[in-house]
Design a protein around this ligand. Structure first.
Ligand SMILES: Nc1ncnc2c1ncn2[C@@H]1O[C@H](COP(=O)(O)OP(=O)(O)OP(=O)(O)O)[C@@H](O)[C@H]1O
Ligand SMILES: [Mg+2]
Length: 506
């Protein structure tokens, strides 16, 4: 319920007195309180005069004793939260949380507001009540009052420019009979809510490491689970898993496990692994730390980097199989692997430093494992770690066992359900006569969502959905023919090898 009432303020010091009528009704003190009210009013008048005309130290003296006098009769408790705290006058976290918490109430109740732009216009204006405004709030049926104010101390030095020291504060007023509730549950609620809103409103960051240093840019990726093309049941399962994880702090505490979760995303290039990470970050409102392992000198540097990551973040290691020499097995098979891998994979390998390169990373598998379930787990707060790979079979089982990588998600070639998401996103199409043909071809051919998306991309303006679908069908038929040709060739090669006495293995 909203209720505003004019605050009573003196010119420099501000004293809040809740509405007299409300007090009478509420506490039934009748005439006695009316008289007390006029006594208080006269005292405040005298006080205002003192504030205006007396030197600072005399004012201070009167302040001290008048405060004691008021407190004696006053049935309300007041708590002040100053903006600046500590020796270095850092901005108080409590003040910031209260400001954020009161933003919504202030925008509805206060008559004078301050506005600020947050997040480079990506969010609505942040409103807070101006100095000397007051709003009310309710918690478990108990009404409390928040007033904003500032103390001004005139500078002692003489300067051409007016130099004042403004100390802002929020003052919380409530009846003393609710002391326990307000000081305990209510203030916890205010601080928690305030922090949560702040996290929601903050600019998220994408960190990348240059050697042992993180640098960041603002993370603004439009990917979302809505636009991610994949099987809807699988998608929902991932969303539920993320939601459960992000709200399970108490659960993790209770079972004595660090609040972390590992995801392994695997699948061919262009199936949406990186897109899914962006969608996860947007869904959870987390920062992303994109860790380039090849740029990390050794395990010590890795440790330092990881300890610096903040909570509510996703730590990503892309193409984990190419990032380091994870297993002896892989080293042995390198030659064969390269023959097997497709062009994209090969180019990824080429971008990584050579094994005998002296500047190559000396991060080891055990260093990484230590971080996944050792050191890293000791840093408080919720963190997700996501590994991606095109070749899950090459990873050391120790790295991806449950507990380290809790959830293994395969992102694969485009199915019909995934195609429908892309058709909706790219062409605003829910259904079309050509959909049946697309379904049939998708079942017979492997095409990545990236390729399907490229074919659905309108090439002319305004978009012609039928033309795009026909273009996709042509591409799918072409891919099907290619695949058939490849199969025929492979069978032929095999036959030749068998004729020549080879056992046909490659
Ligand atoms: N499942 C998908 N849903 C929506 N768009 C997708 C999907 N998969 C791929 N795309 C589109 O294809 C592009 C490439 O996808 P992405 O980079 O996520 O693939 P990847 O699996 O990370 O590939 P790589 O293994 O090469 O890193 C994206 O920009 C996105 O537009
Ligand atoms: Mg990728």
């Amino acid at each position: 319920m909203i209720q505003t009432k004019p605050p009573i303020y003196t010119t420099q010091h501000h004293y809040h007195k809740p509405n007299q009528k409300t007090m009478n009704n509420k506490f039934g003190m009748g005439d006695m309180l009316t008289q007390l009210g006029s006594l208080l009013a006269s005292a405040m008048f005298v006080w205002a005069i003192i504030q205006q005309y007396f030197p600072y130290n005399i004012r201070n003296f009167f302040d001290k004793y008048s405060q004691r006098f008021f407190t004696y009769f006053y049935p309300y408790i007041q708590i002040t939260f100053n903006e600046l705290t500590g020796e270095r006058f850092k901005r108080s976290e409590a003040y910031a949380a209260i400001e954020t918490y009161l933003s919504k109430t202030s925008s509805m109740q206060a008559k004078r507001l301050k506005a600020d732009v947050i997040n480079n216009n990506t969010q609505p204006l942040a409103l807070s009540m101006d100095d000397h405004e007051e709003v009310s709030d309710e918690f478990n049926g108990v009404k409390v009052y928040w007033a904003s104010g500032k103390n001004i101390q005139k500078s002692q030095t003489i300067s051409y420019y007016p130099n004042t020291d403004e100390k802002r504060y929020y003052k919380l007023t409530f009846h003393k009979k609710h002391r326990e509730l307000i000081v305990g549950d209510y203030l916890n609620h205010v601080l928690k809510q305030g922090r949560e809103i702040k996290v929601r409103n903050r600019l998220r960051k994408l960190y990348t490491n240059n050697g042992s240093l993180w640098s960041h840019v603002v993370f603004q990726h439009p990917a979302s689970f809505q636009t991610l093309a994949m099987d809807p049941f699988k998608k929902q399962e991932i969303i539920d898993d993320l939601t459960t994880f992000s709200t399970a702090e108490e659960f993790y505490n209770r079972i004595g496990r660090a609040w972390k979760r590992g995801y392994l995303l695997y699948g061919p290039p262009g199936t949406g692994k990186s897109t899914m990470i962006a969608a996860m970050a947007n869904f959870l409102n987390y920062d992303i730390y994109d860790l380039e392992l090849t740029a990390v000198k050794d395990n010590t540097e890795l440790r330092r980097l990881l300890i610096e990551t903040s909570s509510k973040s996703i730590i990503v290691i892309e193409d984990i199989d190419c990032s380091m020499d994870l297993t002896g097995q892989r080293k042995k098979d390198t030659k064969e692997d390269e023959e097997e891998s497709d062009n994209t994979q090969r180019s990824k390998q080429q971008m990584k430093p050579k094994e005998n390169d002296s500047s190559a990373s000396k991060v080891t598998l055990s260093g990484l494992l230590n971080f996944v379930d050792g050191l890293w787990s000791a840093c408080g707060g919720d963190r997700l770690i996501v590994f991606t790979t095109n070749h899950v079979e090459k990873l050391d089982p120790a790295l991806i066992r449950r507990g380290r990588m809790d959830k293994h998600i395969e992102l694969s070639y485009c199915g019909f359900e995934a195609f429908k998401v892309l058709a909706r996103n790219y062409l605003y199409l829910e259904d079309h006569v050509l959909f049946d043909k697309v379904r049939e071809l998708l079942e017979e051919t492997d095409m990545t969502p990236a390729d399907v998306a490229e074919n659905l991309m309108p090439k002319i303006s305004p978009a012609d959905p039928e033309r795009c679908l026909k273009g996709l069908i042509d591409a799918l038929m072409e891919a099907k023919e290619e695949a058939v040709k490849k199969d025929v060739l492979a069978v032929k090669n095999n036959d030749i090898k068998v004729e020549n006495g080879s056992n046909g293995t490659v």
